[in-house]
Design a protein around this ligand. Structure first.
Ligand code: ADP
Ligand code: MG
Length: 237
């Protein structure tokens, strides 16, 4: 097992958001966590990535046998968790190349390393825009940059929070095809989404987060495709 969340409770001040969350990501798998707006998906991502707030009240998050809940975000990143945050958060006043180099790290495993060259092969659009300031990129280009920046840390777990947000279908399709190419191999992916289509096409397993950050449904993409009740009750689609 790659990542294990056990009995996690998180809050912002006195507002309890996640209560007693249990979730596991296995090595090499793509797990997608779906859920309506405001259920606590980003709160979970922040707790994993060591971003504060939220405060972790109870429970544990272990990754490669290390406890994450007491770590700072840079320590979590150093362990091999690459974050693609919701809203992309690229460094607007840095160029594409600078964004990619600023958090770059050599690989810790024997996996084929991500380098500037490999990221540019992976997203040729970024190569074309390499000297542009990130703030001048389109939303799709910024999302590619956010993914490229995370890959440059040579992660063993890629943590993506709503990469589909605000993207035109054609751009999203292109990004989905790239992610399909790298899934499996030496990379586990935790994909947080509201976009059912992206989750269905990428995930090996899907978990749906409901109120209080509880996992209310788990299964395979095929099982979710067929489960009209689950889609209606938990996702509103
Ligand atoms: N920094 C914050 N301070 C206080 N409340 C927050 C903060 N961030 C999120 N929340 C609240 O926590 C709940 C879960 O938010 P979030 O984790 O962003 O949900 P999701 O990602 O599933 O849409 C929401 O009610 C939201 O208003
Ligand atoms: Mg969110």
């Amino acid at each position: 097992m790659m990542l294990s969340i056990e009995g996690l409770s998180c809050s912002y001040g006195t507002a309890a958001i996640i209560e007693d969350l249990h979730l596991e990501v296995n090595a090499g798998e793509v797990l997608s966590v779906l859920g309506r707006n405001g259920m606590g998906k980003t709160t979970m991502v922040s707790a994993i990535a060591g971003i504060r707030p939220p405060e972790v009240r109870r429970g544990s998050i272990t990754f490669a046998d290390r406890e994450l809940t007491t770590m700072a975000s840079f320590e979590v990143a150093r362990l091999g968790i690459g974050l693609v945050p919701q809203g992309r958060h690229v460094f607007g006043s840095l160029t594409v190349v600078e964004n990619l180099n600023v958090t770059a790290r050599p690989p810790t495993s024997g996996a084929e390393p991500w380098t500037l060259e490999r990221v540019f092969d992976f997203f040729p659009r970024l190569a074309e825009r390499s000297t542009s300031f990130a703030r001048n990129l389109s939303g799709g280009e910024q999302q590619m940059l956010a993914i490229g920046r995370a890959l440059m840390t040579n992660p063993s777990l890629l943590l993506m929070d709503e990469p589909s947000e605000g993207l035109a279908p054609i751009v999203l399709g292109a990004i989905r095809d790239r992610l399909l190419e790298i899934k499996g191999r030496d990379l586990s992916i935790l994909l947080v989404e509201q976009n059912l289509g992206l989750a269905l096409s990428l995930a090996d397993r899907i978990a749906i987060m409901g109120a209080h950050g509880q996992i209310v449904w788990t299964g395979t993409p095929d099982e979710l495709r067929r489960d009209e009740e689950a889609k209606k009750n938990h996702l509103g689609v």
